[in-house]
Design a binder for this molecule. Structure first.
Ligand SMILES: [Mg+2]
Length: 448
């Protein structure tokens, strides 16, 4: 259709040709208009062996990182209110808060938290927390995009002078030792705090976003330095686990659909049954039947491997570290799979680099903060990168743990979308899904 401006009536007529179901998505508060309406493709359930491509969310679907994101959001509220201890504030509420801080853009998550907990802000605490976060990002942060956003936010919040402080310029090119760094932070908080203007809601959102990212990226940097066990105990996370690991059966699922298992897939029936039983002890599984089924499916995918993309609202800096960790853990898992030694070796080799394994890795850095899930963009980019023609969109299966993600898929034209509820997203509304796999991706391998 050529570009033309139409009146309301024509718009309604044209829109109603697109779908019988629409979604209303609220935009960040600085966007005009304050919401968008877009059509959703009809739900469908394609038989698993007809599917030619898989698109999969990262946080909460492929990996356990959602816990770290939630921690960093909660930390942001603590930092701006000065209530760092649990005795001062109990923290975020699973039922009320989690559905609003998972699966959307960081801007929307922070906006929600400031609407809910903004009354707790203590101005001086917020000002110093922002300065600390900004300085960390500029001096110690690794992501160029983040550094540029922080520079922009410093100017927007009235801190031009800090941005051009002699030492900050010097430290960005030659990182100082820890003592000098801490000394500079103290000095900067003392000198510049009073200039941080938090007049409008948007100012607080900028500040909150920078504090959130700083916390999350500091954790990722520490993880890379091998401090993951220390972080687990500091954050009181479940001991004996990895800070970042794949969700149950994700490694097997990926190996399956990439056609790496072939007939040997039947040998994994016990492993898959156990994964399923761990999540749902009441499941009834006939191992022999499952073995035959897996053998057929393994052979099918060996002949016709699927294309696969990971699609995340995290930025590429985060996705690179997170997927790197996930693949390391999968490589270790493979050592325990009951497969011939040569096959295991080959699998470990294939899982040595996530960028080589996936046909496409789509992150927030491929789009813009204002077009992340539930907008369709990341999934549309993924379908294009996988070179799937529109006529084949019904042969794509998508996996998401959040309501926003499911809506984004259906907005991008993927009708076969599976909800894989994660502990943190069990409170989400999954009406947008064509199927809910309560036991994760293992369900899909067993059912179809
Ligand atoms: Mg997710």
């Amino acid at each position: 259709m050529s570009k033309k401006i139409v009146n309301r009536q024509v718009a309604i007529t044209e829109l109603s040709k697109l779908s019988s179901q629409f979604v209303i998505v609220e935009n960040p508060s600085y966007i005009h208009p304050n919401y968008d309406i877009f059509p959703l493709v009809k739900k469908n359930k394609t038989p698993f062996n007809k599917v030619i491509a898989t698109v999969m969310d990262m946080d909460g679907t492929t990996t356990t990182t959602e816990v770290l994101c939630i921690h960093s959001l909660e930390y942001m509220v603590r930092a701006i209110s000065g209530k760092l201890a649990k005795s001062e504030w109990n923290g975020l509420n699973h039922v009320k808060d989690y559905p609003n801080i998972i699966g959307n853009s960081t801007t929307k998550h922070v906006e929600y938290l400031l609407n809910s907990y903004g009354s707790m802000i203590i101005k001086s605490e917020a000002q110093s927390a922002f300065i600390k976060a900004a300085i960390w990002t500029l001096i110690k942060g690794k992501d160029v995009g983040r550094k540029n956003e922080v520079k922009n936010n410093l100017i927007a919040l009235g801190l031009n002078e800090l941005l051009f402080d002699k030492r900050i310029i010097q430290f960005q090119s030659a990182r100082p030792d820890e003592n000098k760094y801490l000394e500079f932070i103290k000095y900067a908080v003392r000198k510049y705090s009073k200039f941080v203007k938090l007049n409008q809601k948007e100012d607080s959102v900028r500040m909150g976003i920078d504090i959130y990212y700083q916390r999350y990226h500091e954790i990722l940097e520490r993880l890379l330095r091998g401090e993951s066990q220390k972080i687990i105990s500091e954050l009181s996370l479940e001991k004996g686990k990895h800070l970042i690991e794949p969700l149950p059966a994700v490694g097997i699922f990926l190996a399956f659909v990439k056609g790496l298992l072939g007939k040997d897939a039947s040998k994994l029936s016990k492993y898959i049954a156990e994964t399923k039983l761990k999540k749902n002890p009441k499941s009834k599984i006939n191992i022999e039947k499952l073995s035959n089924h897996l053998e057929n499916l393994g052979t099918h995918f060996q002949n016709k491997p699927m294309k696969i993309a990971v699609v995340t609202s995290s930025i590429s800096y985060e996705a690179d570290i997170v997927l790197g960790e996930v693949f390391k853990v999968i490589q270790n898992e493979i050592k325990t799979w009951q497969l011939p030694t040569a096959k295991r070796k080959k699998l470990i080799e294939r899982f040595s680099d996530h960028n080589r394994f996936y046909d496409a890795v789509i992150t927030a850095s491929d789009s813009s903060e204002i077009r992340l899930k539930p907008h369709r963009d990341l999934y549309s980019i993924a379908l294009n990168k996988l070179s799937i023609p529109i006529i084949d969109f019904d042969k794509v299966i998508g996996f998401e743990d959040s309501e926003s993600g499911l809506i984004a898929m259906r907005a991008a034209g993927i009708g076969n979308c599976v909800a894989v509820p994660f502990t943190q997203t069990s409170g989400h509304n999954f009406k947008a899904a064509s199927l809910i796999a309560k036991n994760g991706v293992a369900d899909i391998l067993v059912k179809f």
